[in-house]
Design a protein around this ligand. Sequence first.
Ligand SMILES: [Zn+2]
Length: 286
Amino acid sequence: MTLIDPQEYREAFVQYLRKGTPIRFETKNTRPTTHYVWRTRRDGKVRSSHAEREGQVFSWDDPPEGGHPGEDYGCRCTAEPYLSQTSEFMEISLQGVSGGGAAWSSRDFVNHYYRGNGRGVTVRETGHLSAIVEEYMAQVESKLKDQVAREARKKRDGSFTDTFYNTYGMTGVVFSIGDTVIGGEFSGSAEERHGVLSVEGSFDFYLRDEFADPADIGIEVIDPGETIFENIHRPLDNYLRGRTGLPPRGPQRLGVQTGEPYSITDDWSGTLSGQLYLDPARSAYG
Ligand SMILES: [Zn+2]
């Protein structure tokens, strides 16, 4: 058996996991890594001295008593390439987050309630999408990776989908959006080789919210002068105009502000690529 550069094998192994590029015969049949994990068949026929080695890491240069897996008489144990913890990774990159104009103020949100005739807006249109997505990812990124890792382990080989949905506090980012629902779906596939899972897939994210009642966002705190005008002076003005036969200047009625609730929505996407241990006990994910 010839020794090969462990780095060469590792690169070939990663290419195999990611792209299916076959590992060259001469690479596959040499010692793949400097270390390996001892794997038994985990049945009653495993000799106790080998059962104790299940999951332990050994060096190819320093065989334990009786030799490496499969070398001792009748041994059915195998050597699993040992990757250091740092060779695990899960990366999410987002698409469709940029764009949008100047950021709406709280007053812009309220104005749209009264003057937008209920027309829905996108978060992008309000200029807040990148900030909202950034805050969302700060809250969920590691949870999403763990969730995908768990589903990938359950699937082990083949495609799978996973949905997620929750309410997130965005008051600190965009006061008018407040608590909002963000959800989505992951669609991807897993491939297991030698105890290492390769995971690839894409995310479709959505945000669904409604701007329903300006009082909820505390408009009276934001702009008392405007509120008094909108709630008292303008309705009174319209009432008086009505008494004198003039058409009202706005949609307001006396004492009641009439606005139209409107939807605030958006969609964006992302991709995930990862390589992680099948065994959650050895993994940083899941
Ligand atoms: Zn054995």
